[in-house]
Design a protein around this ligand. Sequence first.
Ligand code: NAP
Length: 522
Amino acid sequence: MTHALESYAAGRWCQGTGQQRPLLDAVTGEIVATIPECGPESAVLLEHARTVGGSELRGLTFRQRAAILKDLARYLSGYLDEFVALSTRTGATRRDTAVDVDGGLGTLAVYAGKGLRELPDAMVLADGPIEPLGRSGAFAGRHVLASRLGAAVQINAFNFPVWGMLEKFAPAFLAGLPSVVKPASQTAYLTERVVRRMVDSGLLPEGAISLLCASPGDLLEHLGPQDVLGFTGSAATALALRTHPVVAGRAVTFNAEADSLNCSILGPDVSPDEPEFALYADQLVTEMTVKAGQKCTAIRRAFVPAALIDAVADAVGERLRAVVVGNPADPGVHLGALASLDQREEVRRAVADLGTAARPAFGDPGKVEVVGADPQLGAFLAPILLRTDDAFAAPVHRVEAFGPVSTLLPYDNLDGLTDAVALGEGSLAGSIVTGDDDFAREVITRLAPWHGRLLVLNRDDAAESTGHGVAMPQMLHGGPGRAGGGEELGGLRAVHHLLQRTAVQGHANLLATLVPAADQEG
Ligand code: NAP
């Protein structure tokens, strides 16, 4: 019998009501599970999370919470095979799953380690030293960070059903906030399985996690001033949430990670026979094919010196010819399926839109050779490289084709390059492939305001580079403008964001006792 997804609310699993929508295997088109229209009552779910989960978590010190995360990461890794099997049904190859599932568990482990090493055995954090405010030093002030009394509600995108949840859950847990998880419907069956294992582990305090497998219903109506709303998904939904009367009216802390037209720049110093040229082409192909290009950080705009655009198109095309598209369970396959047939249609529409300003350099959205699966049933798409002669052509800086699609753009000089990159209006990640540190420094200075993260890749750091698209838990994930204007990860910065910062003024002796002695410097 088909599994009907359940929600986890107020300490128990519950079935939804209303129409059940089938969720299809991205490869075979079979029904994996169904998701109900309506879930548990939002007000009850949130209240249980806040009162039970919140008080349990706030009764633990930062280090005690970190110790639980450590055990949880270890426990979940025992179920890796189960998660991998289900992840394959989302269209993911083993390499894709490594980014989502292994990456999610790794993020949990990194936060556990950071919490154990870098956070105090206390419930309040110091943020900076005591600042004298009077002549004698008796009257002073200091900033402290304390747990909020609400819940951390997370609304996630379909492309990272595991990492997307855990990269928000881990910092929230450390910050003493219970999480309420609303996964994207399309791949919610994988999130549901992981949450079941988290609950089954018995490691989490009651109420520390809740799951809503249904449409959000009136969830936002019940948010309050102590809650936090973290969103990952499209810019259109981010706008709807940001301007929701309750979110805006009650000043609910809101963080958005939205879409982004990320750039990769080949430096003018690089010639086709140098290692950086191959690094650039390899990285572009990796970003086009990992997770079938359904990564918010993937390279959409590939800027190259005008004189090299033919050479780059040839080199990338040659690599793309070797890409095997097909059943992601087959280890010989490099490019699996998109998450759904609808998603494939959306990408085809976006490619047509881009086609008004760019011409094909490789691939055809209407044709794909598929290994080990039926191309009619699975959401397969061949990789598509486009190229334009006009680096300022508007569609290339506006349209996100959320699939294995990228566009080559020529540049003549630094001003033209950085002006064109800025047309993307803010990105999550950019990369500069160059052996010239002066060029790298200049580009970083000019483009940092438009980016959440920049990577400089060359022959000296390539062997250890974590790559353009991978959001490392130690480093900031987010970006200005179109990318949503939010910040996630960045090590303990994510925990600090979720705590309330309060300036406390009073006698210096009292202020010194607010946090443990070892944490006095903040
Ligand atoms: P989406 O359509 O915006 O949906 C994202 C989430 O919002 C889903 O859980 C969706 O639920 C929910 N949602 C939709 N409308 C809502 C509403 N009115 N109120 C409350 N929740 C609502 O985005 P998507 O198609 O899943 O994801 C693809 C996009 O996400 C791409 O553009 C990609 O660039 C972006 N993305 C960004 C990042 C990042 O870190 N910046 C990461 C991954 C993806 P349902 O699924 O149930 O409709």
